[in-house]
Design a protein. Structure first.
Lengths: 100, 608
């Protein structure tokens, strides 16, 4: 009997700052059906981690709350809800207040 | 004009005499207050070529028109002098009750010149000035000094600014402390105070200024306070700036082991999220502040020590020195605060020395047997004490990293991480290209606070890993925005709580002073203030070659993290610097042409 060794089709959501405090975990593995828009990814995240709703994700689950931003793979910041994210990629959820 | 006293108090410590200098409305409008007005006064009172530790270097404390109002975060003041680290403009902000008391003295600014004949305490009581012997305060920590001065003066309403042992011994990155641990930390202004034989200043007053339209101002103050409790400041309110550690590490922007890396394997131990859970004992606020960004941490093991913790201290005394023990960093910050030293320059200078050790440039013969390895928390703590006491190698490190390279040689200037002599803050320039430009051109040296250039890098507006000619405009605008914030003075952590920073600031100024102020006026004031800083630097030896970054930035790419392999070439930085000069309307070599001076009213500006 063979075993499928392929990694699960998940997107890794890394949480920082208040999002991490709210969720109580530093990251969430988000199963994705394939490439999805950022907007859909946020909806999946709201379902997977309800503790973030009302804290970092709007109550309707469709977008981030003010004060939060997403970064793709530790490289580029993304704010276009139609931008695509794929399984195997990482989304970082963090505060948009960068200074200190 | 309302909102101001219209005069500066000029004190000569050599004679003990003082006089009042009128500050015309035109000067106040042009420079606003805080860093802006201070820059103007510094240009007037500090002669070209002045020795930064000589009596001719004035030490200037400046209030602001908004201080004393109900506007949140405005209990702030600026301190300026020629910096002993850079030889160029030195300015630093601090905050809390002393700011309010400074304004009540009846002066918009206090300019201290000369040198006292013995260690002294300067008392300014409602505009009257006296100089008192203070030899008995020598050697006391900043908190001990503040407490004893208040006790001796017999009135807790006195607010005290003081230096610790580091300032007494002219450590070039000594700070000035006030209100139980607030610090005017950067550019070595505590050393200037020490050079004047001035251990402490005590302020008390009762002179209020008139507010032109208190009803409108207070209504707006209420709205702003509510906005300040919203999402735009939530990070600062809950975690403070120490929230930066984990995310900066993940983004490859956390300077580590003297900028040899931009990720730190011990980052999660120093992460704000972890420290919030394990070591936070209380939040603290400055006077008249609704944000409360100060997070007081206490050690979890060993003798109990507590300290206000901020990202810059965590990075400089943590990852930059390879130290991942949070208790050690708390102890190091507490030592710096007690001794009166800038945590950033202290940590960065020690990190430079640690790399010297690992490369064999500094040996046990230099350190008296101490091993200065990265990650050695005991060595870090010992070094801090040795610097403040100028004991052994501490005497060299007390000069800052730029001067220390001359002592030890060995090519160590290649890894001295400073700009213009001021040690770098916790933002890796190779993976934050807009910030790289901001650091290179900042008048006070490697500074993260006189612009917020990193805001662009932490957004989708730019590619933070690439350089381009658009960065000059971004940095110039960011500097002008910061100059106005630092002059009104608003706390930077409020900056995203405004619906429209410029129009609200102009309106607030108008309600306080009764003087019409447009957005364009205010933006011009920001440009004028930055240009005035440049003029000070030009008269104190600035050259085009000063607007650069440390050699390491150009010669080594980042080895780890998402930005692995990324570097910055000299040509890329040069291209961005030229774009900045163009954005400013300056010449190719960074000088200010006559027509720009005229446009900003700076052509005869030194005449009051």
């Amino acid at each position: 009997m063979s075993t499928d060794a392929r990694p699960a089709p998940v997107c890794r959501i890394e949480l920082f700052g208040l999002a991490r405090l709210a969720a109580g975990v530093p990251e969430v593995s988000l199963p994705l059906p394939g490439p999805v828009t950022l907007s859909r990814a946020v909806r999946f995240l709201a379902e997977a981690c309800p503790a973030l709703v009302g804290k970092a994700i709007r109550e309707d689950g469709g977008a981030l709350m003010d004060g939060y931003v997403l970064n793709l793979n530790g490289l580029s910041f993304v704010d276009d809800p139609s931008a695509m994210v794929s399984p195997g990629e990482s989304l970082l959820l963090l505060s948009d207040q960068a200074g200190g | 004009m309302d909102g101001y006293h219209g005069r500066a108090l000029i004190i000569d410590l050599a004679t003990g005499r003082h006089r009042w200098q009128p500050l015309p409305d035109t000067v106040q409008r042009r420079y606003i207050g805080g860093v802006g007005l201070g820059t103007h006064l510094l240009r007037e009172h500090c002669p070209a070529g002045a020795d930064s530790l000589g009596p001719e270097n004035p030490l200037i404390f400046v209030g602001s028109p908004l201080t004393g109002t109900r506007l949140t975060t405005t209990s702030k003041f600026a301190v300026l002098a020629k910096s002993p680290l850079t030889g160029l403009i030195g300015d630093s902000l601090s905050s809390s009750f002393l700011a309010n008391e400074l304004k009540r003295t009846g002066a918009d600014a206090i300019v201290i010149t000369g040198r006292a004949s013995e260690p002294s305490l300067l008392v300014i009581d409602d505009g009257s000035v006296s100089l008192r012997p203070a030899r008995h305060l020598i050697g006391l920590s900043t908190s001990e000094t503040e407490a004893l001065v208040k006790e001796e003066l017999g009135d807790s309403r006195f607010r005290v600014a003081c230096i610790g042992p580091a300032g007494e011994r002219l450590v070039r990155f000594a700070s000035i402390a006030n209100d139980g641990g607030r610090q005017a930390g950067r550019t070595g202004l505590g050393a200037v105070m020490g050079s004047k034989n001035l251990k402490a200043i005590a302020l008390r007053g009762s002179q209020e200024v008139r507010i032109a339209n208190p009803a409108a101002l207070n209504e707006y103050a209420g709205r702003l306070r509510r906005a300040s409790l919203g999402p735009a400041t939530e990070k600062y309110r809950v975690l403070g700036t120490m929230a930066n550690v984990a995310v900066f590490d993940r983004l490859g922007t956390l300077p580590t082991r003297n900028f040899q890396q931009s990720t730190f394997d011990g980052a999660e131990r120093l992460a704000g999220e972890a420290l919030h859970a394990s070591r936070l004992v209380k939040d603290a606020h400055c006077a008249n502040c609704t944000i409360g960004c100060e997070k007081v941490l206490e050690t979890a093991h060993g003798p109990k020590v507590s300290a206000r913790m901020e990202y810059e201290s965590l990075f400089a005394l943590g990852s930059l020195c390879g130290v991942d023990d949070p208790d050690a960093v708390i102890r190091a910050v507490a030592r710096c605060d007690a001794l009166g030293m800038d945590t950033m320059s202290a940590g960065a200078t020690i990190a430079w020395a640690m790399e010297c050790w690992e490369r064999g440039v500094i040996t046990e013969a230099d350190t008296g047997g101490m091993r200065l390895r990265f990650g050695d928390a005991e060595a870090l703590l010992t070094c801090l004490d040795m610097i403040a006491e100028r004991d052994g190698i501490g005497g060299v490190l007390a000069e800052g990293s730029r001067r220390a390279t001359a002592q030890f040689g060995g090519g160590s200037d290649a890894w001295a991480m400073h700009v213009k002599g001021l040690e770098m803050p916790g933002y890796e320039p190779r993976s934050l290209k807009t910030m790289a430009l901001g650091l290179a051109v900042s008048p006070r040296g490697a500074c993260h606070n006189r612009s917020s250039a990193y805001d662009a890098d932490f957004s989708s507006d730019v590619d933070r890993l690439s350089a381009d000619e658009g960065r000059g405009v971004i940095v110039a605008r960011s500097e002008d925005h910061a100059a106005v914030m630092d002059s009104l003075i608003w706390c930077k952590f409020l900056r995203k709580a405004f619906d429209d920073f410029w129009s609200e600031s102009a309106q607030a100024y108008e309600w306080v002073t009764g003087e019409a102020m447009t957005v364009a006026d205010l933006q011009t004031a920001g440009e004028r203030i930055n240009t005035a800083k440049k003029l000070f630097n030009l008269s104190h030896g600035w050259t085009r070659a000063d607007d650069t970054l440390p050699p390491r930035v150009f010669e080594q790419t980042l080895p780890t993290g998402p930005a692995a392999g990324v570097g910055l070439t000299r040509e890329e930085l040069d291209m961005m610097v030229r774009s900045y000069y163009r954005a400013r309307g300056w010449t190719e070599d960074g000088r200010v042409p006559a027509e720009k001076l005229a446009a900003l009213g700076l052509d005869d500006d030194r005449l009051l």
